[in-house]
Ligand binder design. Structure first.
Ligand code: ZN
Length: 102
């Protein structure tokens, strides 16, 4: 029985350890590959108050910034400790300056 050659396939790309593009340092688990985490969005969003206008809720739910530079992000360590992390990252270079808990 022949073994399928997956070297050029999408599966090989995702499961090959050579293709880890970014690592995050979880305060609980240590440095881990990005495939263990789930991006949860902008960590600076503030929920509108209960008396806020509908337009404020539309902005909160649907509108996002797309900054080029320093950005504070919320990540979830899906594959291990399941903690939420706040990561300060430069979106141009992917340099991570701070990783902390929420
Ligand atoms: Zn963790």
């Amino acid at each position: 029985m022949a073994v399928a050659d997956l070297s050029g396939s999408v599966l090989w790309f995702f499961f090959s350890r050579k293709n880890i593009l970014m690592r995050l340092t979880c305060p609980f688990c240590g440095p881990r590959g990005i495939e263990e985490f789930t991006y949860m969005g902008d960590a600076t969003l503030q929920r509108p108050g209960k008396d806020a206008e509908p337009a404020a809720w539309v902005d909160y739910v649907y509108l996002r910034q797309n900054p080029a530079g320093a950005h504070s992000e919320l990540w979830y360590h899906t594959a291990a400790c399941r903690h939420f992390l706040t990561v300060d990252r430069d979106t141009r270079t992917h340099a991570i300056t701070t990783t902390g808990t929420t």
